[in-house]
Design a protein around this ligand. Structure first.
Ligand code: HEM
Length: 434
């Protein structure tokens, strides 16, 4: 009996000792990090809260438990500490519109890596990989490239959306514009990427689940079996790439029509290593994600203000009257529409206040130190500026939270354009901004 008790105590001791050793290691590791972050990090001397400099948990708390609210904390930090602030152990935030172009700069000025604070995944982070993969996409999304899509893709899809609205007119059905516009933009990007595709606009509820395309497959199908449609989109993309690759190999690809983006990439100068089905499928999903949600958000945001504000509605109707007089036989072209000052102002104001991406989009300069006022930022330190702070800056926009398209009419102050960055700028600006 005594032997059993002694053996049990010895076992227990083993667990206690192991537990204590683990605790001690965690403590030593944490203390080391706190000391390093506060005193030895390359950005130890920059202004900011000591707590945020010590640990990434502060940011995590606001972004995960307070639904992305860290940006408001950053705003408060700038009010307290000035235009440059250390916002976590690794990263700096700058709020100075005159310095924006220095961070979001073009390729010839400086090599720029991306810093993905939400984790890796887009495969666009390193400067060279980014240039290699972005270059072949650029002509496709150029002004000329987008204009080629007008008749083949944009007009028929917008007509389809309109017909869905017309069919529901008078039925008392509540239509969620965010769903409807997401289905619309999803169908446009779907057509851009693949020749054959899923059609979200044909879904009775406008396929709201297509929004979840960036979440891993296993998680979505578990959470929502309807997301099968997204998985089907991925399979379709796979199939399309395989067909395009095999046609390239056999020299039987169609030369008559504008190729889908994926077919275009398969036949581009990209090295074979960049053309795996897996990578191209991922690229198609990134495009679907990037092009669908933000565009739909801006559309439903602007639509709300048109519907809610009679003055805006009247001004827009007035401007569109002539150009829309032969609709739908004649759908106004992009070139005609971009000449309309009120419509242009409305879209700009929509992009200003729907923000695109509210968060800072940090950039890293691997080869160069950056001088900001008296501060020398060492190479490799992520730094960013937020479109949110740029777009609500009262020195550029009077009453910044008021939706007022008229602020862009006539000859507005150059400060409006200086602070306007819905698509960011520089070598990593939005590819789909045209
Ligand atoms: C209102 C509509 C849109 C807004 C506000 C918007 C905004 C942005 C922003 C802010 C970025 C920069 C992200 C970063 O710096 O990390 C970006 C990048 C990107 N956008 Fe858009 N976007 C819109 C529509 C589109 C569309 C329609 C497409 C494609 C069809 C698209 C494709 C992309 C791609 C591929 C990138 C990554 C570019 C790169 O890293 O080189 N976007 N977008």
């Amino acid at each position: 009996m005594a032997a059993i008790i002694v053996s049990a105590i010895a076992d227990l001791n083993k667990y206690v000792i192991a537990g204590l050793a683990l605790l001690a290691s965690i403590t030593v590791y944490s203390v080391y990090h706190v000391i390093y972050n506060l005193f030895f990090s390359p950005i130890a001397g920059f202004p900011g809260s000591k707590l945020a400099a010590t640990t990434g948990w502060v940011e995590f708390y606001y972004d995960y438990f307070k639904q992305g609210a860290y940006i408001y904390e950053i705003e408060k930090m700038h009010q307290k500490y000035g235009p440059i602030v250390r916002i976590n152990p690794e990263e700096l935030s700058i709020h100075d519109p005159t310095f924006y172009n220095e961070i979001y700069c073009i390729e010839s000025k400086r090599r720029t890596d991306n810093y993905n604070h939400f984790g890796k995944g887009i495969d666009f982070d390193d400067h060279d990989a980014h240039r290699r993969r972005r270059k072949p996409l650029e002509p496709y999304f150029s002004r000329k490239g987008v204009m080629e899509l007008e008749k083949t893709t944009l007009h028929p899809t917008v007509r389809k959306l309109e017909k869905r609205f017309q069919a529901l007119k008078g039925t008392g059905t509540v239509v969620r514009l965010d769903y409807a516009f997401t289905a619309y933009t999803g169908d446009v990007i779907g057509q851009v990427c693949c020749e054959d595709r899923e059609e979200f606009l044909e879904d009775p509820e406008f396929a709201p689940y297509c929004i979840v395309n960036l979440i891993p497959e296993s998680v979505i199908t578990w959470a929502d079996p309807r997301s099968k449609k997204m998985i089907e989109y991925k399979q379709l993309t796979n199939r399309h790439i395989e067909i395009a690759k095999s046609q390239k190999l056999q020299g039987t690809e169609s030369k008559n029509q504008r190729p889908s983006l994926l077919r275009y990439l398969v036949n581009s100068d990209l090295p074979e290593s960049e053309l795996s089905v897996e990578r191209l499928t991922k690229e198609a999903q990134v495009l679907l994600g990037a092009g669908t949600v933000s565009t739909a958000r801006t559309l439903d945001f602007v639509c709300y203000y048109i519907l809610a504000n009679k003055d805006i509605q009247a001004k827009l109707q007035n401007e569109l009257r002539d150009i829309m007089s032969n609709y739908p036989e004649q759908i106004p072209s992009f070139v005609q529409l971009e000449k309309l000052p009120y419509l242009t102002s409305l879209i700009k104001e929509g992009l200003r206040l729907s923000f695109g991406n509210m968060h800072r989009l940090p950039r890293v300069f691997p080869d160069a130190a950056i001088q900001y006022k008296q501060w020398t930022i060492p190479p490799g330190v992520p730094m960013g500026m937020s479109a949110y702070l740029m777009h609500i800056d009262p020195t550029a926009y009077e009453n910044p939270f008021t939706f007022d398209p008229d602020r862009w009419m006539g000859e507005p102050s150059p400060l409006l354009a200086r602070n306007y960055v819905p698509f960011t700028r520089g070598s990593r600006n939005c590819l789909g901004m045209k």
